[in-house]
Design a protein around this ligand. Structure first.
Ligand SMILES: C[S@@+](CC[C@H](N)C(=O)[O-])C[C@H]1O[C@@H](n2cnc3c(N)ncnc32)[C@H](O)[C@@H]1O
Length: 376
C-alpha cells in the first residue's frame, strides 16, 4: 500500500520530504498549510464541481443516473464555493515553486469561478485545454446541448515566470511532428481502469482517465519532479506520476477513497530511466558562448574560419570575437556583415578545417554541450 500520512503526523514531523509519495489524510487547506513554501514543481487539482443537482435524474428507460451528489460536492452558496476556492488556491500558491505551474480541471459549473480566482490571486493563465470526451453521457432531458467536455486551466505561479517546464519538443514529436493543440480527445474513465468495489459499483463518481493525467504530467513536469494533488480521490495523479518516474503528494479527506488510491498506487510499476528521458529541442540546450570554445582550446586565437565554400574568412581573436577586413564582432555579427545581411547564425555559417574537411563550428559547440551533459 502507498503510505498514508494523517495530518496530525505531518504537522508534528515537520521534516522535509516525509510527505513525499504519501497520501495526506485531511482537509486540503489545512494540509497545504502544513507543507513547506515552494516545495512542489506542479499541481493538478480536480476540485468539487459544485454541481448543485436538484433531485434525482433518470434515463428514458427510468433507470437512475449515477450523478455526483456526494456530500463533498455540496456548498451552501456560490459565495461559500468562492471562499473555499480562494483558500485552497492561495495555499497552493505558497507551496508551489516560483517556476511551477498549476492545472485545475472543471466543468461549466465551476471553471469560470476558478479561472477568475486564479487571476485574482496573480497566477498567470497559460492555456485553457478542452478535454473533449469521446463517450460523454447523453443529455437525457433533451433540453440542452450534450455536455461533452471539461476544461483544464493551466497557469504559472507568476506572470514573470518564464522558465516553467513545458516539454514542447517532446509533445510535438509525439504528435507526428505537429504542435500539440489545446483540444484533447480522450474517453472518460471506463473498463478495467475504472475502480469498482466488491458490489460492482464505482468506487468514485469522478475518477479521471489516466491518459489525461499522463499528458498533463508529460507536458509540464520532468522525471523526479514533485506533483501535488489536493483533491486526490482515487489517486489517478499519484498512479500516473509513479509510473512516469515523478514524485507525488496527495491530499484527500475520505477514507474509502484513500484506501482505494493507496492500493492502486502500490500496484504501479515505474517505467525505466531510458523510457522516461524527455526529448528536448535546441531551445532547451544549455547556452554555450563562442568564447567557451576559445577558452577550452577547441579553437585557437589566430585560427582562420571560413564559410562552407571558402568565399569569406575571418581570424579568431583571443577575446572570443572574429575579425575580417577591418571589421570585428561576434560570430553572428561578422557573419552577417561579410555577407551584407541583417542577421546570420554564426554557428552554422563559420567552418573550421578538420584535416581536409570543413566542418561548422556548431559541431564544436556540441562537443562542449556533451561535456556539460556528462557533468549532470
Ligand atoms: C472531483 S474529485 C477528484 C477525483 C480524482 N481526480 C480521481 O481521479 O479520482 C474531488 C475529491 O476531492 C475530495 N475533497 C473535497 N473537498 C476536500 C477537501 N476540503 N479536502 C480534501 N479533499 C477534499 C473529495 O472527497 C473527492 O474525492
Amino acid at each position: 500500500m502507498a503510505a498514508v500520512l494523517p495530518l496530525a503526523d505531518l504537522r508534528q514531523q515537520g521534516r522535509p520530504g516525509t510527505w513525499l509519495n504519501t497520501i495526506i489524510k485531511g482537509d486540503c487547506v489545512a494540509a497545504l498549510e502544513a507543507l513547506p513554501d515552494h516545495s512542489v514543481d506542479a499541481i493538478f487539482a480536480d476540485p468539487p464541481y459544485n454541481l448543485q443537482l436538484g433531485g434525482t435524474l433518470h434515463r428514458p428507460d427510468q433507470s437512475l443516473v449515477d450523478a455526483v451528489d456526494d456530500e463533498w460536492d455540496q456548498f451552501a452558496s456560490f459565495q461559500a464555493y468562492d471562499a473555499f476556492t480562494r483558500a485552497w488556491l492561495l495555499a497552493c500558491r505558497r507551496v508551489l515553486k516560483p517556476n511551477g505551474t498549476i492545472w485545475v480541471i472543471g466543468s461549466y459549473h465551476n471553471i469560470f469561478r476558478v479561472g477568475a480566482m486564479l487571476q485574482d490571486l496573480n497566477f498567470w493563465l497559460l492555456n485553457d485545454i478542452v478535454w473533449r470526451k469521446t463517450n460523454p453521457m447523453p443529455n437525457f432531458k433533451g433540453r440542452r446541448f450534450q455536455n461533452a467536455h471539461e476544461t483544464m486551466i493551466w497557469a504559472s505561479r507568476d506572470a514573470k515566470a518564464k522558465s516553467y517546464t513545458f516539454n514542447y519538443d517532446a509533445l510535438k514529436a509525439s504528435n507526428d511532428d505537429v504542435q500539440m493543440r489545446s483540444d484533447w480527445l480522450f474517453p472518460i474513465c471506463s473498463g478495467g481502469e475504472r475502480l469498482k468495489g466488491e458490489d460492482g459499483k464505482k468506487v468514485h463518481p469522478t475518477q479521471k482517465p489516466e491518459a489525461l493525467l499522463a499528458r498533463v504530467i508529460m507536458a509540464s513536469t520532468r522525471p523526479g519532479d514533485v506533483i501535488l494533488d489536493p483533491f486526490f480521490g482515487t489517486g489517478t495523479t499519484g498512479a500516473v506520476a509513479k509510473r512516469l518516474g515523478r514524485n507525488f503528494v496527495g491530499i484527500e479527506r475520505e477514507q474509502d477513497y484513500i484506501e482505494a488510491a493507496s492500493a492502486r498506487i502500490a500496484a504501479v510499476e515505474p517505467l525505466g530511466k531510458a523510457e522516461l528521458t524527455v526529448m528536448t529541442g535546441k531551445k532547451a540546450e544549455p547556452r554555450v558562448a563562442f568564447n567557451t570554445l576559445v577558452e577550452s582550446g577547441l579553437v585557437k586565437p589566430g585560427q582562420v574560419l571560413t564559410d562552407a565554400k571558402r568565399r569569406w574568412s575571418a581570424i579568431i581573436r583571443a577575446d572570443g570575437t572574429l575579425a575580417a577586413g577591418g571589421e570585428a564582432g561576434s560570430i553572428h555579427r561578422l557573419g552577417a556583415k561579410v555577407q551584407g545581411l541583417d542577421a546570420c547564425n554564426g554557428w552554422t555559417f563559420w567552418h573550421y578545417e578538420d584535416g581536409k574537411a570543413l566542418k561548422p563550428i556548431d559541431e564544436l559547440r556540441a562537443v562542449v554541450r556533451n561535456g556539460l551533459a556528462s557533468i549532470d
